[in-house]
Design a protein around this ligand. Sequence first.
Ligand code: TRP
Length: 303
Amino acid sequence: MQSEFACDVRAGLSKPQKELHSKYLYDDLGSALFDAITLLPEYGLTRADERLLIRYAPAIPREFSCVAELGSGSGRKTRPVLEALRGPRYFPIDVSCAALDRCQHELAGAAEIVPIEASYLDGLTHVAAHRNGDPLLVLFLGSTVGNFEPRCRTEFLAQVRSRMRTGDALLVGFDLLKPVEMLLAAYDDPAGVTAAFNLNLLGRVNRELDGNFDLRAFCHEARFDPNGHRIEMHLNSRCDQTVKIRRADFSCTLREGETIWTESSHKFAEDEIPPMARAAGFECETQWIDREWPFCESLWRAS
Ligand code: TRP
């Protein structure tokens, strides 16, 4: 029997535009590399997210005694929210066990922490079963919501809503449209950290599925699609090559210049957000915006 990862790799690399799903970027090494990305001067997104949370966490209604976070990562930016809510029960949900360990360490004392190693929706199903009667605030910080294709995004948000009750809230981050040069630098930094993060996906295929990708035979590429309002991340093949992935029982060829698409990061306009909330069963209550690095923290109420 092949793992889900093996099946997804096989299916993705069989498409005309080859692809590897971005959720596989975050193994333990990938999560550590992403933490390094958040420190890059060119990647202003996480700092904007943090500034907004520090500034506006005190404005979050106090009623939430239960908090769940989709993709907690190291948990650093969550502290002001937990402090404003005066030590709620906190369920960080992450697929990386190492990230959950760091998160527990980082937030010790700020909340009663119940880590959940699971995908977002499975984790939230678990929270729904263990929250008792407490009002729930779900955090979906950073800009992960921008990594979904538009159709999947609404479906995903509706799935999140279906695990919540009327009156619960979702605090979700949106990276806003900004000058293209800023975006390209953020997703293709000169120190090569983002390149390493992207290439690690091939390394992970090698490690977990006994693949023989030569990481040096690919280069990281970030492009802006002005029609789709999104940054696309690719791994570009430097030569004609054949790759074998034993545990997926699969091999494929790449031509020089052919790419494997690994992720898209959509950038939003402010006024796109409230209709998105409504389409998923929420009402947008408040938007907090950082002007230095245009970014929006949006608070939605489950209606
Ligand atoms: N959610 C992050 C974003 O869209 C993920 C990310 C940052 C990323 N840099 C990347 C994903 C580079 C792939 C490659 O901003």
